[in-house]
Design a protein around this ligand. Structure first.
Ligand SMILES: C[S@@+](CC[C@H](N)C(=O)[O-])C[C@H]1O[C@@H](n2cnc3c(N)ncnc32)[C@H](O)[C@@H]1O
Length: 557
């Protein structure tokens, strides 16, 4: 059966076509250099992509490709219609197919699909094509439930069966370790027994280290209900072309136009409700929206958090300047309209950059933090602090990290890139002493508060770059038995890796949200005398291409 398709794989009915690139954007305006969807975040670690989504960004990422024309030796030319079978998926979520051995990336196509596509750009080694027709669908193709999936781009895999997503994420981790890290990976059968969802520390890790046993990549720990998981929404604000109405939602794929949106299926419902209420309030008070081209206008972003364990909510208005008209009325209306609100803050950001937060945060009403619980530990979370966005999976990830650390209560542990001390406090319960380091000062304030809140006295925290602080601790005689790192997407600083190798801890636990930089750093640590024993991927961001992974390394000798 031949169907014209959208990315979601459904028949390309008129309504959906009109929702795609173009129609909505033409009606609504709001520009930006960069940003993200209603579920988005300032940190790609949070599982979203800049510029309104990876699918859009992949469309832009034809660097190294010719935009049009013909290249000698390349069997296709721009504008040509081709038929191809999709045999893989890039880490950005594009389908990979070949025409006469030449690789084409096709956005929205899935492994197992056969598609017709129009070549959009070509380069010497690969090109990009736009799917025009689904000739036969993979059996794992599904209709994406989200009505704005085609234009949003915040999710990339909603049109793929969840089990298939998890299989691909495991393969993606294994391929990265093998290709980028040049590391031996065990065939998947060897680790099939770990599919029960717990991190399995495979046998004798020390023996495995000295033998150079291949790395066991366990099946991904998935969610039972992979929707409505995000505890934080970060919504860019713009204005509609028709009438200049303040709107907020997501950056349309591959553009800087903001599309107004009130519902997101991966967002916790209280966040939707809060964002709606804040947008209404801002409109009723006559707030202007920030114009990313001129640098004028007031409201740049609305950031909201929801703490599932306590029901507390936080509202942060990111504004272009300190002056906030009708401040008292704003607070009163938010308190009236947002149940459970415990903190209303203003963050001032006047920089002409895509970075969401500025340096100054002011509490307008309530607390400077909200409280949430993970695994029986209470955490205070302030506006700018990093806090994992999927609480269910966070607990599973941290448990894997603690299991890999294999603590007896006697160890000294360092937690680098510690945020608000989340993993640090999980570790502190099983160690003699833990040291956490983090670059955001407010996060360390939160971390200290969190240690006190939970009666944990054996945790010490420092503000600064991990690559600067670790050498200082080394000079002061700190000798960790275990080092845990949990860096942002760019991975560990080389100076940090170097100091880790000098400190020679027995174990290193590497928590990563980016398999590429993980593989790169594991290679450095392996060359410095460590063996990667196993890796436990955790699906922190269902329906996106992102995957979190906890890895165990043991000193070779
Ligand atoms: C992926 S988060 C992990 C936080 C924490 N482990 C958690 O799970 O909540 C990475 C953290 O590293 C911090 N960071 C970024 N660069 C850093 C650096 N050079 N040194 C220390 N911390 C850094 C970020 O502010 C962020 O809090």
């Amino acid at each position: 059966m031949r169907e014209r398709v959208s990315k979601a794989g459904s028949v390309c009915e008129k309504a959906r076509t009109e929702r795609g690139l173009g129609a909505v954007a033409r009606q609504q305006r709001g520009s930006s250099k960069q940003g993200r969807g209603a579920s988005g975040s300032s940190d790609r670690r949070e599982g979203r992509r800049p510029g309104g989504g990876g699918i859009g960004s992949s469309r832009d990422s034809s660097r190294g490709s010719e935009k049009s024309g013909r290249i000698t030796g390349v069997p296709v030319e721009a504008g040509q219609s081709v038929e191809l079978s999709i045999v893989g998926l890039t880490h950005e979520g594009e389908g990979v197919g070949r025409v006469e051995g030449y690789t084409l990336f096709v956005r929205g196509a899935l492994p197992g699909d056969r598609v017709r596509a129009e070549v959009a750009s070509i380069g010497k080694s690969f090109g990009r094509a736009r799917m025009t027709e689904l000739l036969s669908a993979s059996e794992d193709r599904r209709a994406a439930p989200c009505p704005i999936y085609d234009s949003c781009g915040g999710c990339q895999l909603q049109h793929w069966d969840y089990a298939a997503q998890l299989r691909w994420k495991r393969q993606h981790v294994a391929d990265s370790l093998a290709r980028i890290g040049k590391l031996p990976v065990a065939p998947f059968e060897a680790s099939a027994s770990a599919a029960d969802g717990s991190a399995a520390v495979g046998g004798d890790a020390t023996a495995a280290a000295s033998e150079r046993a291949p790395i066991v990549v366990h099946p991904v720990i998935g969610m039972e209900e992979p929707w409505r998981y995000r505890n934080k929404a970060q919504v860019p604000i713009g204005s509609s072309i028709a009438g200049g109405l303040l709107i907020g939602g997501f950056f349309e794929q591959g553009s800087h136009d903001i599309v107004d949106m009130d519902a997101c299926l991966i967002q916790q419902e209280p966040n939707e409700e809060t964002v709606r209420a804040v947008k209404e309030t801002a409109r009723s008070l006559g707030y202007s929206s920030y114009d990313r081209e001129t640098g004028r206008g007031l409201l740049r972003h609305v950031v909201v958090r929801h703490a599932a364990a306590t029901g507390e909510r936080m509202v942060v208005l990111v504004t272009n300047g300190r002056d906030l008209p009708h401040e008292d009325e704003l607070v009163a209306l938010i308190r009236e309209r947002v149940p459970g609100v415990a903190s209303v803050c203003q963050n001032v950001n006047t920089a002409r950059t895509p970075v969401v937060f500025g340096d100054e945060t002011r509490v307008l009403w309530g607390n400077d933090v909200i409280y949430d619980d993970i695994g029986g530990i209470r955490f205070a979370i302030s506006a700018r602090s990093f806090f994992q966005v999927n609480p269910t999976q966070t607990e599973r990830l941290y448990r894997a990290a603690v299991e890999y650390a294999a603590l007896t209560g006697e160890e000294t542990v360092v937690d680098a890139y510690c945020g608000i001390g989340t993993i640090t406090l999980f570790l502190a319960k099983h160690a003699r002493r833990v040291y956490g380091v983090e670059i955001v000062p407010e996060a360390i304030e939160d971390a200290r508060r969190n240690a006190a809140l939970n009666g944990i006295a054996n945790a010490e925290f420092a503000v600064g770059a991990a690559e600067d602080i670790l050498p200082r601790w080394q000079a002061a005689g700190v000798s960790p038995d275990v080092i845990v790192v949990d860096p942002p997407r760019k991975g560990c600083d080389p100076r940090l890796l170097d100091t880790m190798l000098q400190l020679r801890p027995q174990r290193i636990v590497y928590v990563s949200c980016n398999p590429s930089t993980l593989a790169r750093d594991l290679r450095v640590l392996e060359d410095g005398g460590y063996r990667t024993i196993e890796a436990q991927p955790v699906d922190m961001f269902p329906h996106t291409v992102h995957v979190e992974c906890c890895s165990l390394l043991v000193r070779k000798d």
